[in-house]
Ligand binder design. Structure first.
Ligand code: M6R
Length: 613
């Protein structure tokens, strides 16, 4: 959460930073700001709202500075307004700071600084840290870098900080713990950002800053990375493999729509080189090298948040059904704080699109510290989770920019399916015949998804019918239960309609009381997954006069006779069903949100990467 972008080089900094902030806006979009040092003064711009509003405020006022830093905010401490927007200037007026993360002990530090005569303009924890650095710098008459190292030792929490000193317009100082920072290395210029997306158009050479490291970026000395004890570290330079067009909307109205339509491709990309139906094999490099570890484990714990947690639930069904390995699913935020029983007999599979979700990262670290083997299922290459795991597989979905996760979900489910099949076959739980059948059906999934995408007009019509409902209920059983949860999450996060997902049979234990003629009930009733039982549940809903929208397989007549609308999708094997049945739910929530004039790609209060607790 929050996007950081800084520049030091020979070009005018402002346009580079503005462009970078636009790419990072998915990380937070309630206010934005920028500071530059054109001579020996700090020139500051801050604006509540989007980066475009900052850009408008800066129009005709952009200084020629070649050093600067900008920020797009997702508010934690203090409401979104011009004052709480970053950057912040410290009490002495000498230093500027931007921050992604939370300084947890800011309150006690603030009290101490107030006693020293420091004053504060904002309500943020960031300004407190900035003033602490300012305090050490003046008290000890030392450099920004040394003062920052001292202050870093006094704080708890997660952070990526960038600071500048107006008396030293040739230096940026960057520090990190838990919040991501990537440094791009150009030709006598440097780019600092929360992720690689704003860097790729300038250079493909990057360094990932690790926890408890400080980067000193100096116009004449270049990039020096140290630990907090001032020891210089040597770092690997990585080559980015990212295409600029992947970061554009490519003619679609929203990133989310582009990403929904990209799924036939992204699912294929996830399988490319890993599956061969003619010869009946699946090979995942990361899994192959850790096969014994996983086959011998006592149980698997799958960990994630939000949509990634839903993928984990499907993973549990797949791993227990196909590989017969005991599997549990955990919310990362609960797992990390509840003293879980996990040790070297266990394997943790951590699932994250961004690879930066702070709770998932912390849960993975906890599992590792207790001796568990940690396997990552991640989309963003080089992200923090990808770097800390013992082994793992990328889902290769490409950049997902819409806040609502779509292609990452199907990528995660595809990858977990490949893992479950590979493990199941190795364990001898799946016969060669079933294995072959599942693999060849899996290869057809991208074309099934394309067929569902052709149902857009029908789904738009259904969206127009339910767009004004205040509530919605999603039901599914078996493999489609997590899909119901995912459908409900999609609807609530982008259209602000209250929605709940339930295992269809659980409805009778409470939620049925909510049902009346105003409640749309979206039921996934594909063949398999206890079809007959789901039909019974539909009958129960119908008796309470709900408006029923059912996802069924082509040719279904039973549900057609009961539902108000049926969306017919191609039939596939039960374990593969989620990859098809989720697509109409993604489209439905998209069109409802569009019809309600919601900001689809940047829904209120949300951010793409949740890098604060
Ligand atoms: O990047 P991650 O997969 O770790 O993110 C986890 C959740 O924050 C994410 O899935 C969130 O729930 C999405 N907005 C759902 O669409």
């Amino acid at each position: 959460m929050c996007g950081i972008m800084a520049y030091l080089g020979n070009q005018k900094a402002a346009p580079i930073i503005l462009e970078g902030l636009k790419r990072l806006e998915y990380r937070g979009y309630d206010s934005a700001g920028m500071v530059m040092i054109p001579d020996d003064s700090l020139v500051l711009f801050k604006k509540k709202g989007k980066v475009s509003q900052l850009e408008a405020a800066m129009k005709d006022h952009q200084p020629k500075a070649t050093i600067g830093m900008g920020h797009t905010r997702w508010a934690t401490h203090g409401v979104p307004d011009d004052i709480n927007a970053h950057p912040h200037i410290t009490h002495s007026g000498r230093l500027a700071i931007i921050h992604n993360g939370i300084v947890e002990n800011y309150s006690e530090l603030k009290t101490a600084l107030l006693k020293e005569g420091y004053t504060f303009k904002s309500e943020t924890d960031t300004e407190v840290f900035g003033n602490l650095v300012d305090y050490y710098m003046h008290r000890d008459e030392t450099s920004l870098e040394i003062a920052m190292s001292k202050a870093l030792k006094k704080i708890h929490g997660a952070y990526a900080f960038v600071m500048m000193d107006r008396q030293d317009p040739d230096r940026l100082i960057v520090a990190k713990r838990q919040s991501p920072i990537v440094i791009g290395i150009g030709d006598e210029e440097f780019f600092v950002a929360s992720d690689a997306t704003p860097i790729i158009q300038h250079t493909n050479k990057v360094i990932y800053l690790e926890d408890n490291e400080i980067a000193v970026i100096d116009r004449s000395q270049g990039l020096i990375i140290k630990n907090y004890d001032n020891r210089v570290l040597s770092k690997e330079v990585h080559q980015l493999d990212l295409k600029l067009e992947e970061l554009e909307k490519g003619g679609y109205e929203h990133f989310m729509l582009k990403e929904i339509y990209n799924q036939p491709q992204s699912i294929s990309d996830c399988m490319r080189g890993r599956v061969n139906s003619d010869e009946s094999w699946i090979v995942l490099g990361g899994l192959k090298s850790s096969l014994d570890k996983i086959l011998d484990c006592r149980r698997i714990v799958m960990i994630g948040c939000g949509t990634s947690w839903h993928s984990a639930l499907i993973g549990e069904y797949l791993f227990e059904d196909l590989a017969r390995i005991s599997t549990e699913v955990e919310y990362a935020s609960e797992f990390r704080y509840r003293n879980p029983v996990i040790d070297s007999n266990d394997v943790a599979i951590v699932i994250s699109q961004s690879g930066e979700t702070i709770d998932t990262l912390a849960a993975a670290e906890l599992a590792k510290s207790r001796g568990a083997f940690v396997y990552g299922v991640v989309n963003v290459v080089g992200s923090s989770i990808a770097r800390m795991t013992d082994s793992g597989s990328y889902i290769h979905a490409g950049p997902e920019i819409g806040v609502a996760s779509t292609k990452a979900f199907t990528g995660q489910v595809t990858l977990l399916t490949l893992m479950a099949l590979m493990l199941g076959r190795k364990k001898g739980n799946i016969s060669q015949k079933t294995y072959k059948k599942l693999i060849s059906e899996l290869e057809k999934i991208p074309s099934y998804v394309s067929e569902v995408l052709e149902l857009t007009e029908q789904i738009k019509y259904i969206a127009s019918e339910i767009k004004d409902c205040p509530n919605a209920l999603y039901l599914g059983r078996g493999y489609n239960f997590p899909v119901a949860l995912e459908g409900a999450l999609k609807l609530k996060e982008i259209s602000y309609i209250h929605a709940e997902g339930y295992p269809a049979a659980e409805m009778k234990h409470g939620p049925i009381a909510l049902i009346d003629e105003n409640m749309p009930v979206i039921v996934i009733a594909t063949n398999g997954s206890d079809y007959d039982k789901v039909v019974n549940n539909i009958q129960e809903v119908k008796s309470r006069k709900a408006k029923i929208i059912a996802i069924v397989n082509r040719g279904d007549h039973v549900v057609k006779g009961l539902a108000d609308h049926v969306i017919e999708v191609p039939e596939t094997l039960d374990p593969l069903t989620p990859l098809v049945s989720v697509i109409p739910l993604q489209l439905l929530s998209y069109y409802v949100a569009v019809m309600r004039n919601c900001n689809v790609d940047q829904p209120r209060n949300l951010a793409k990467s949740v890098t604060v607790e």
